[in-house]
Ligand binder design. Sequence first.
Ligand code: NAD
Length: 510
Amino acid sequence: MPASSNRVLNNYIAGAWVPAAAASGMLDVTNPSSGEVIARVPLSGRADLDAAVSAARSALPEWRAVSTIARARKLFLLRERLSVRSEDLARAVTIEMGKTIGDARAEVARMIEMVEAACAIPMTMQGRVLEDVSRNIDAEMIRQPVGVCAAIAPFNFPAMVPFWFLPFAIACGNTFVLKPSEQVPLTQQIAFEELHAIDLPAGVVNLLNGGREVVEGILEHPGIDAVSFVGSAQVAKLVYEGAARTGKRVQALGGAKNHMVVMPDAVIEPTVSGIIGSAFGAAGQRCMAGSVVVTVGDAHQQLLGPLTAAASALKVGDGLDESSELGPVISCDARDRIAGYVERAVADGARLVLDGRGVVGDGIDPRGAYLGPTILDDVKPGTEIVEQEVFGPVLVIVRAESLDQAIEIVNSSRFGNGTSIFTESGASVRRYRHEIEAGMIGVNIGVAAPVAFFPFSGWKDSFLGDLHAHGTDGVDFFTRKKTVTSRYFSSGQGSGAYFVERQEALVPIV
Ligand code: NAD
């Protein structure tokens, strides 16, 4: 990818790359490891949105009429093309978002898995039929596309999150408008180059760069039927309310504060590596990042030393350096905001056992947005650092006396995205998964990551809506169900009177 401050990004509308026609301004896209400006992104305006929606609406009849297997074949082709470009995509993720290249490769692999899951659409989009719902009468449920679907993405997964929606939406026969995060718009430029290459009818997929104005336009636009959102809890609420106000189908995945419970019988070494990966992977900027460890009883004493040692050994540096284990956060503003949380946590009585503020070293560009791994112990439930999403490489430790108390601490959070328990006890796991109020649970797994073939989402303030992302829920979200009841008079199989059979008696209802 050419790194040039002169590069101005285009939108992709109606099958062509076009400059934003009604931009209210431009933002610099920076590489967080160096602060270098790598591109300029337009803040598209309402006229640009109108053009994208109008292209998507015009493409709808043609795309919907393409057979399901032919739509799936386009996705097979896309899968192959994305695989060939996977290293370009991963590098773009690292350069614009900061996560390590290994982590970016894993993200791109997950992005491609979403396409693979959507390739199964001739199976997953099937409806169902009940023959003889009444005598000689059949009932069937068929699925049809919803229409024009829009998705609004966050900065932390520039490759994967847009693909939680795009492949499923178009596989189901919808057309699509994507608004990536204005902080990380480059990765989707590559994805759309590949979407362009598979020769979809013009307007099936559209890429619109921009910020708040585009989001507000999407929520109000009469030409959009469904909205998928991923981002902070605060904006998720705005999106959910705004889309509901204009009668759109909506799923809004919000912020998180994920707890990891460590029981005294946990196997310490893999538990430590699970916690380290969860808390510090992507510099803590994953919606599934574990940011609170709840130790039960003796687990505290067993865990603290090895955990602090492993965290302090992490190599901080530019994500493109294969040896880096912790890259920068998204921006210097984010770094300063996170450092503020650490300062206030200390003022609230937390014990700072590892301080990553002001981290320096070989491979750390002083202009970059670096923050080293930070651990706070003896943190009191109810304090700001436990309740608010920090979204950085900051891990807090809270002590509990029992599993009951740990469950109470986890469930007291307003968020319920993901959580993990580390234990060898099946009984503890059984209780935990039964009682915990969260959408994704890991058992001896630090990050209960999204799996394309299963639904993914949180509960409580981490999610507004009912149908989760991808898996079978993705197909449910991107289709409307229609139930058809039918009979034929010339079949020679009887009158086909419309009866409900109840308690042995035939009760005519028409
Ligand atoms: P964000 O809410 O700031 O931005 C998300 C999107 O909303 C962006 O495209 C942005 O342009 C737009 N936006 C921002 N402010 C807006 C406003 N006032 N009005 C309308 N639109 C607005 O989120 P972010 O900082 O990009 O991403 C990090 C957040 O996303 C974290 O809270 C993280 O937990 C969350 N997240 C959640 C999941 C999940 O699955 N639940 C996954 C990834 C990220």
